[in-house]
Design a protein. Structure first.
Lengths: 838, 112
């Protein structure tokens, strides 16, 4: 006889209370919804919208290239169209789409009621949706960027792209990156801390593993593009010459930073897709995944090795041959983990009996197309071959096989597979088969000829070509294929219109007889009770699980604190640790996101002074949103069932907010590490603008020493304030914060004044620019910690901070100490390095 | 205690130790060659440094692999899984480091 955490029958009012607490807002207030079942679907829908928009741009290009010497699109328009197509597909479709799916799926798959920061998900979504639409609209006004999705300077710097097109890219995409990072923080903390009790790391669904690695890759990969977009925007706005060779900058610095993000980006969108496939294949074959450990190994290995291949985008730039050899080898090595996964899926199919439904068809299509893309990937990893096909249509064919095969096909498999969890009706098998057939044939007819075009020498990014080159029939064929794909997408949209009915009280149910928890009966509150898990496919191994969960026999069958709650578990063995009260629908969150988007738009169109208004509004709305968080131990511990009594609050290392702060610090640290790389890289290539060569003196050591002293003092004062808080010496805490706040700013002032007095000016050289940039990065951090400290002070004055209710202080202190650490390393970089290296 | 926040950090570092060595190896050999070619250092010295770093990385990863293999099969499901992944990651890293270092035997350090 199984023993359950909670006995039956459950009190009648328990379910009603759970439903009341999780009731979504109604009417126009629906935009304030923060629940994953709403935000996830808004998010996926918006990503699909951008897929359609970028797809229309692809069609425009195919029409233009269908015939030689065609004049359907002018050259300028074509440049904008291919730039926007790539940019939107990568930044506004692919990454948001996989994050969106995670926001929707992860809590259900882990039997959490929601991800730990629902308002952060909502903020990320709205920032992305509004910012993305502004970005797209630049095309309608003919001011879209036209320098390619990789935006190489010097083409995109102020001399050669003087309009605002490049600024749209740099600020617009920079803004979207913030949204992606917010999503990654949510996903990383969600996977590690909000799992069903007993869902140890060895029982974690492979999709959750994939999303954990995905989040890690965003945390370490996106900072490189954040830094390089900031550097290029600053070069454009203030003429600091990071990328101008005549002044000791280097355009290759951009390529290094961009591709250090750009290549992992491919895996950032592939790993979630591989996660989809690892969930779909076992269900469709009705057997557990073969080689679970090997697949986890493959995900981890890909997450690392993907960062070691960026130089293969730069094989034609004159980098030393031996360096090319290292990256060529790494580029081949990265195909091994993908191969491991492909064999695991084939073995699973072989072990079971594959049901040839629409998700299976898209999965098989993915296997065929992605494998071909992987093989051409190994071809272009070979340096001499790459030199032959570099910047030709062969490369276009290769990356579309990888990206459409590796991400879009699994995404559609996932839509057909998981829509029954979100809709009262599943999508149509018949329409789905037509969709798959048109997509598979259309894709290959479009992109296979591009291999041949490339081998025949057709370069990428040309708006037209002469008839005598002989590329005409291949291009016409490719355009016909694009028409087939379009027809396929139209069939999909018709299927959605006909069958997709989200936000209902019920869903279509476990139509595939899947084994994982997202198929439990659920409502807006996720599952009625939170099961304990003893295997990887609990619905297969515990046949009564769904019924028992729905009856409320497992943990937390109601809403005992009268608020939205979920159980926070330990990161390795998923032991319940505390009950997290989660915030509900919120206007300030949405308004903060909209204000942030308007702020960035105004910066882009150079309304600098006016941008202060939405900028301040965004900060104010964020503060308003945060004010209700950090509730303290106002509620006694709660018995969630089975004798498990959980506290309703946590602070310090066990807290989910502390984890989010640590992840944020990893992001900021990665941005700083990229700046250190930029400094050393420019020193390597342009020692002639360094002080030893120019004769410009370095600042007297008294300045950096004073700066370091002030930084260290601020950390000591903040730490003492933390101790005072533990003793509830409130006035001492407030005094400590007030004393500490100006110190990092003074430290920065001392550093910058020291540099200024030597005559060093940022626009003079790559060296000067990177030195002042270290100050600018530190300055940003100083402003952020100052705002956080003053916010903490305000909470203290309002009586919202005490010896036990101190998550706000602890998290501020954590970032403060990091800021001091970064400041000290920065000082060492700009003062010690030139003295040591010359 | 092992499943605390710090315990998790330790476990993550342990599990990915092999790949961390791989990453350090790639960064260092890339830095050595970039510097050597920018500043015109002797090719033989450069290749010797690359070889030394590669051998040191292989040794470090071997130690991680052997240590992880010795742990295999002990404890509960979760522990066994973590140890197995640690060993598999180290094994993969060993091959990847050797493969990445191999070009030093065949390819000249800098363009002529």
């Amino acid at each position: 006889m199984t023993s359950y955490p909670n006995p039956l029958p459950r009190p009648k009012e328990e379910l009603a209370e759970l439903e009341r607490v999780w009731q979504p807002p109604s009417g126009f207030g629906i935009v304030t919804a923060v629940n994953n079942t709403y935000i996830g679907i808004y998010y996926v829908g918006t990503a699909v919208l951008f897929f359609l928009l970028a797809g229309i741009l692809a069609l425009l290009m195919r029409v233009q290239l269908a015939l030689p010497e065609n004049d359907f699109l002018a050259q300028d328009a074509y440049n904008q169209v291919f730039t926007m197509h790539g940019t939107i597909m990568m930044f506004l479709f692919a990454v948001p789409a996989v994050e969106a799916m995670a926001v929707y799926l992860l809590p259900n798959m882990q039997a959490a009621r929601d991800l730990p920061f629902p308002r952060l998900s909502a903020y990320a979504f709205w920032a992305y949706a509004v910012g993305g639409l502004f970005f797209f609209c630049s095309l309608l006004f003919g001011v879209a960027p036209d320098g390619g999705w990789f935006m190489y300077p010097p083409l995109t710097s102020y001399q050669h792209s003087p309009g605002i097109g490049a600024d749209f890219w740099l600020l617009g995409i920079g803004f979207i990156e913030i949204s992606a990072i917010a999503g990654a923080i949510e996903i990383a903390v969600g996977v590690l801390r909000t799992r069903a009790p007993g869902m140890t790391l060895d029982k974690l669904p492979v999709y959750c593993w994939a999303m954990l690695i995905f989040a890690g890759m965003i945390i370490f990969g996106f900072p490189a593009v954040i830094l390089c977009t900031a550097l290029l925007e600053i070069e454009r706005a203030f003429h600091w010459p990071f990328f101008i060779a005549e002044k000791g900058g280097d355009p290759l610095l951009w390529q290094h930073l961009f591709w250090f993000f750009g290549h992992p980006e491919v895996y950032i969108i592939f790993l979630p897709a591989a996660g989809f496939v690892s969930m779909i294949v076992p269900t469709m074959a009705q057997v557990p995944l073969v080689g679970y450990r090997w697949v986890v190994l493959a995900l981890i290995a890909t997450g690392f090795v993907a960062f070691g291949v960026w130089v293969h985008h730069m094989f034609a730039t004159g980098i030393p041959a031996l360096s090319l050899g290292f990256f060529s080898a790494a580029s081949m090595a990265v195909s091994v983990p993908s191969g491991v996964q492909v064999f695991a899926w084939i073995a699973t199919i072989a072990k079971g009996r594959l049901r040839l439904s629409v998700p299976s068809l898209f999965t098989l299509g993915f296997l065929a197309i992605f494998t071909l893309g992987g093989l051409t990937g190994v071809m272009v990893a070979i340096v001499p071959f790459d030199w032959q096909v570099h910047d030709t249509f062969f490369v276009v064919a290769h990356f579309h096989y990888v990206l459409i095969g590796g991400m879009v096909f699994p995404m559609f498999a996932a839509f057909y597979y998981w829509i029954p969890t979100a809709s009262t009706r599943p999508l149509s098998e018949t329409l789905g088969r037509w969709f798959f057939g048109l997509m598979f044939v259309g894709f290959n007819v479009t992109f296979f000829p591009m291999h041949i075009m490339g081998l025949l020498g057709m370069p990428r990014r040309v708006w037209t070509y002469p008839a005598e080159m002989g590329w005409g029939w291949l291009n016409l064929l490719a355009t016909a294929g694009a028409a087939l794909m379009t027809a396929g997408v139209l069939v999909f949209l018709a299927d959605l219109l006909r069958n997709f009915r989200p936000f209902g009280d019920r869903n279509a149910g476990n139509v595939w007889n899947a084994g994982t928890l997202e198929w439990l009966p659920n409502g807006n509150y996720a599952s009625r009770s939170i099961p304990s898990v003893a295997s990887r496919d609990p619905l297969w191994d515990q046949p009564h699980l769904a019924k028992d969960v729905e009856a409320g026999r497992y943990y937390l069958p109601g809403a005992p604190t009268g608020k939205r709650e979920t159980i926070v578990t330990s990161p390795i063995d998923a032991q319940p640790q505390y009950l997290l009260q989660m915030p509900g629908p919120s206007w300030p969150t949405v308004l903060a996101a909209w204000s942030t988007a308007v702020f960035f738009l105004m910066l882009t169109v150079k309304l600098y002074w006016l941008s202060i208004i939405p900028g301040l509004a965004a900060v104010a709305f964020v503060i308003r949103w945060l004010w209700e968080t950090d509730p303290g131990y106002y509620h006694p511990p709660v018995d969630v069932g089975g004798g498990v009594v959980l506290p309703v609050y946590a602070t310090g290392p066990v807290s989910h907010s502390w984890w989010a702060m640590i992840v944020l610090i990893l992001v900021i640290g990665s941005i700083f590490a990229c700046l250190v790389f930029a400094y050393l890289f420019l020193w390597t290539v342009s020692p002639d603008v360094w002080p030893a060569a120019t004769g410009l003196p370095l600042p007297d050591l008294v300045w950096p020493l004073a700066s370091a002293g002030l930084l260290g003092l601020s950390s000591v004062v903040i730490a003492l304030g933390g101790r005072a808080l533990a003793r509830s010496w409130h006035w001492l805490v407030r005094g400590a914060v007030l004393v500490a706040v100006p110190l990092p700013g003074l430290a920065l002032w001392a550093e910058l004044l020291g540099q200024w007095r030597t005559g060093l000016r940022a626009p003079d050289s790559g060296y000067a620019a990177v030195v002042y940039m270290a100050g600018a990065l530190q300055g940003t951090l100083v402003v952020v910690v100052a705002i956080m400290a003053l916010y903490t002070l305000a909470r203290s004055l309002c009586g919202l901070l005490d010896a036990r209710r101190r998550a706000t202080y602890d998290n501020t202190m954590l970032l403060w100490h990091y800021a001091v650490g970064q400041g000290l390393v920065g000082l060492a970089l700009v003062h010690v390095t030139p003295r040591l290296l010359g | 205690m092992g499943d605390s926040s710090w315990g998790y950090a330790r476990e993550t570092l342990r599990m990915t130790a092999g790949l961390l060595v791989w990453a350090a190896h790639l960064a260092i050999v890339y830095g050595i060659v970039a510097m050597a070619c920018a500043r015109g250092h002797a090719a033989s010295v450069t290749v010797a440094w690359v070889g030394a770093v590669t051998v040191a990385s292989l040794l470090a990863t071997s130690v991680i692999l052997v240590t992880a293999v010795r742990q295999l099969g002990r404890g509960g499901d979760s522990r066994r899984f973590l140890d197995a992944v640690t060993a598999m990651v180290a094994g993969f890293s060993l091959i990847a480091i050797a493969w990445d270092g191999l070009p030093a035997l065949f390819v000249p350090a800098c363009p002529g």
